[in-house]
Design a protein around this ligand. Structure first.
Ligand SMILES: [Zn+2]
Length: 440
């Protein structure tokens, strides 16, 4: 039997570039049939019956003039690390990225599949409650047992009807700096992770022991992506060192392999310290390659600038300059209470608020267009644009925000009132964040 719901009185920001629902825009109705958008327009509640459409059995939900957008995308998260910050031995005293990696390495040997899944499940529930339906999570594969990857692959499958999870085969301790107990390199384990079903190839060139290892890892990342037909997401240049320029090599190699749009450079903090002449030259390559950037503003504001006194660098990639150049930038929560960052609750409106401030993107047109960072830009990074957006024919996935325009949503850092997946309401605002795990 066909299930049909008519959502009425919505301000819609479709998720397409420049789609900025304003308070003054006419309210629209959304007809969902069997999990897909069947019709979108003004006055459908009246015009459909007039056109002979049989409204029998159609459930109506009045959205009361609230803002509808596609679901949020968190394009950079570590689900295997969540809620480990207080574990004995895991506390990061210096607040640096590199101590975080050491603390994780020191304390990860007792992880189990079930324990990781329980923590990750709680984190996904919190993200879901904040309007996220698409997550790219890294899974640390510098572990001969690949415990994190096994756990996240199971969770991805179990939750697929509620949330889309992409998994990166990520060598946290390096492709060529890590050596496992049986002589495995990080690169060997990344490849094994791809064979097991990870969606993306990861890397961490700035952490490798020397520049040559970092460069070699970028070649390996692109070769593996081509060999296994996978996406790429590299932790790239997450340092204030302006000489860390692996994004240049990654972009050039991806461009030459014809997989630039399937490639993401995460963090790229060094661009916040690079000089303008270098960035000017690099921009030409980034535009040609069409690679994506993922920025985690709260995380890197906390971790970077740790070797500075004052003036102290912000450690954030050039979100405004990349955006102005037409390069796609999306956002990530990155951490939820792990050895790198003690906070993080999955609320992407907070992440957006930070990036608008720190990147100084607060002209009225920029604010009116800001929701793209959580929506269409995220779907672009994830390579999911074909099935994403509030458009007839696509899966009926959307969120309802407690605002009547994009500007007011940003202004209020508004709450998410409802999340709809394949036409099914996952929650309404009566569900508290504390009980979010029950949504799954
Ligand atoms: Zn990360």
């Amino acid at each position: 039997m066909t299930t049909r719901t008519l959502f009425t009185n919505a301000h819609i920001a479709t998720g397409q570039p420049g789609s900025t629902a304003a308070q003054t825009a006419p309210l629209q109705d959304i007809l969902v049939e069997d999990g897909h958008f069947a019709a979108i327009g003004e006055g459908l509640a009246a015009s459909l019956p007039a056109q002979g459409y049989d409204m029998t059995g159609v459930k109506t939900v009045d959205l009361g003039g609230k803002l509808v957008t596609p679901p949020f995308c968190d394009t950079h998260l570590h689900l295997d690390y969540v809620f480990t910050a207080r574990k004995p031995g895991a506390v990061n005293e210096s607040g640096t990225l590199f101590e975080g990696i050491q603390r994780w390495s020191d304390t990860k040997s007792d992880l189990t599949v079930d324990e990781i899944k329980a923590r990750a499940r709680k984190a996904v529930g919190m993200e879901l409650r904040h309007g996220v339906q698409y997550i790219r999570s890294h899974a640390d594969v510098t572990d001969p047992n690949l415990t994190s990857l096994k756990a996240l692959l199971e969770l991805k499958e179990e939750l697929k009807d509620t949330v889309t999870i992409q998994i990166v085969s990520f060598p946290q301790e390096g492709m060529y700096s890590y050596e496992g107990p049986n002589g495995e390199s990080g690169a060997d384990l990344v490849e094994e992770g791809l064979r097991m079903g990870a969606d993306c190839v990861g890397g961490i060139p700035h952490f490798e022991q020397c520049r040559e290892f970092g460069e070699r890892s970028m070649h390996t990342v692109v070769e593996l992506a081509s060999k296994y037909d996978k996406l790429i997401d590299v932790h790239c240049d997450e340092t204030d060192d302006p000489n860390s320029r692996y994004v240049e090599l990654l972009s050039a190699l991806a461009y030459r392999a014809g997989i630039g749009p399937r490639t993401t450079a995460s963090h790229t903090c060094s661009l916040g310290s690079a000089d303008n002449a270098y960035f000017f030259h690099l921009t030409k390559l980034l535009k040609a390659a069409h690679i994506n950037f993922a920025c985690a503003p709260t995380e890197n504001l906390y971790l970077q600038g740790r070797q500075d006194t004052f003036p102290k660098r912000r450690g954030i990639t050039r979100v405004k300059e990349l955006t102005d150049a037409g390069v796609n930038v999306s956002l990530g929560q990155d951490s939820m209470q792990d050895p790198w960052y003690p906070l993080g609750n999955g609320n992407m409106m907070i992440i957006l608020d930070y990036v608008l401030h720190v990147a100084q993107m607060m002209s009225f047109p920029e604010i009116d267009d800001a929701m793209k960072f959580l929506t269409v830009n995220g779907a672009t990074t994830l390579g999911m644009l074909d099935s994403y957006g509030v458009e007839v024919g696509k899966p009926a996935n959307f969120v309802v925000l407690d605002a009547d325009s994009v500007f007011n949503a940003v202004y209020e850092r508004c709450d998410v009132l409802r999340s709809v997946r394949d036409g099914r309401t996952l929650f309404t605002a009566t569900t508290s964040v504390d009980s979010a795990t029950e949504l799954l």
